[in-house]
Ligand binder design. Sequence first.
Ligand SMILES: Cc1cc2nc3c(=O)[nH]c(=O)nc-3n(C[C@H](O)[C@H](O)[C@H](O)COP(=O)(O)OP(=O)(O)OC[C@H]3O[C@@H](n4cnc5c(N)ncnc54)[C@H](O)[C@@H]3O)c2cc1C
Length: 410
Amino acid sequence: MSEMRDVVIVGGGLVGGLTALLLAQGGVQATVLDAAPILDQNRVLAVANPRVLALSQASIHLLKTVNVWEQIARLMPYTGMQVWNKNGYGEINFGHASEHIPSAEQWLGAMVEPSLLNLAVQQEMLAQVHDYRTQVQVVRVERGVDCWIIQLADGTELKTRLLIGADGANSFVREQAFIDLDVLDYQQAGLTCAIKTVQPHHHVARQLFLDTGPLAFLPMASLRPEENKHWISIVWTLPDDYADEYAALDDQAFTQLLTRESQHMLGEVLAATSRAKFPLKARAAKQYVQDGLALIGDAAHVIHPLAGQGVNIGCLDAAVLCDVLLHDRKRGVWAHEQSLKRYEHSRKSQNEAMMHAMSAIGWVERSDFFPWVWARNTALKLVENQSVLKDAFMQQANGLNALQSTRYAL
Ligand SMILES: Cc1cc2nc3c(=O)[nH]c(=O)nc-3n(C[C@H](O)[C@H](O)[C@H](O)COP(=O)(O)OP(=O)(O)OC[C@H]3O[C@@H](n4cnc5c(N)ncnc54)[C@H](O)[C@@H]3O)c2cc1C
């Protein structure tokens, strides 16, 4: 007979790992089950990932809280954001450009390669989480009497009072719990790669709305620090057929196309690494919680990457859920139905608002219909000219408001 655990987390990516570490810090040890192996540090450090995650101030604060932030080997702060339309006059700017390495107070956030982030999370979990199992295959999850039963491929059976599904967009936990999903297929793909440009990025994240969709230029750290100012990770949202076509171009044709399509925003594109394509679908779980179960991160929601918020809202899920659970623990209860409902109530409406905003922007921005073109230009100009509106946008983007009522408030 397996002993009853307080909490099992399926998925030890950034969101599941952060949850385990926040709980450990609050005196609760979780069992963490992850399908992925332990990363080879030397290999991860030696290879530049073509994709970066734009981490908000709230995510950075949470990662500092659990000692992960200091272990991230390469990152690139950004101090400004610029968004504009190809076919219009609308433009919006946040923060400012910085020619020199910016001080921490100037940061709007930081770009980090996912592999480096996962490495840092894994290292801290190995130090702090006593029962952290990797390369584990969960084959069955079912509701028992007052517990969830998890069966692993090697026959092991675990029982837990609380099961947290942090197992990503194709969550097995969500599927096994029969939680329905709303799916919106954008029929678009995100084409990503790292590029080198003639002009320096000056720590500004740029997004240009083209007829086909948004093209993001995100400053990234280089393997060669002397080239740090010139490396960019792109996320190019394209209709599926364009993404296939652009992914198949040879390097020279691709860099020429990108120089042209980016309106020479940082001059000529000199080099591009190999390209990767990600199909884009929004997904929203209809419930985040059931009796003794909670979904967090991409298991609960996947949003369009255009705002670079996917993992950031997952980190906020982790913080709110841990806050609720640690509050329970203090009261002598655990994963109470009302507490889990409080987590769902707090996060679901905010995540869905973000998801709908991204879907609407994605749709409006692709439209040639004159009123929409007018509306998007006017909206960008309106926000650009109103400091109150800009501040409201920044508050939403930096995520700090969502932490305000938790023990992790800054
Ligand atoms: C092109 C693109 C660009 C993006 N850019 C940004 C950005 O700039 N900023 C941002 O915030 N977000 C961005 N995102 C979104 C971000 O990548 C995701 O939101 C984030 O990785 C989700 O983290 P997670 O921990 O919830 O899930 P994942 O990172 O998917 O982790 C899930 C974990 O669960 C494990 N797992 C899965 N199934 C099982 C199983 N059955 N048993 C055990 N373990 C399992 C996996 O091994 C993995 O470790 C982007 C996404 C895309 C596609």
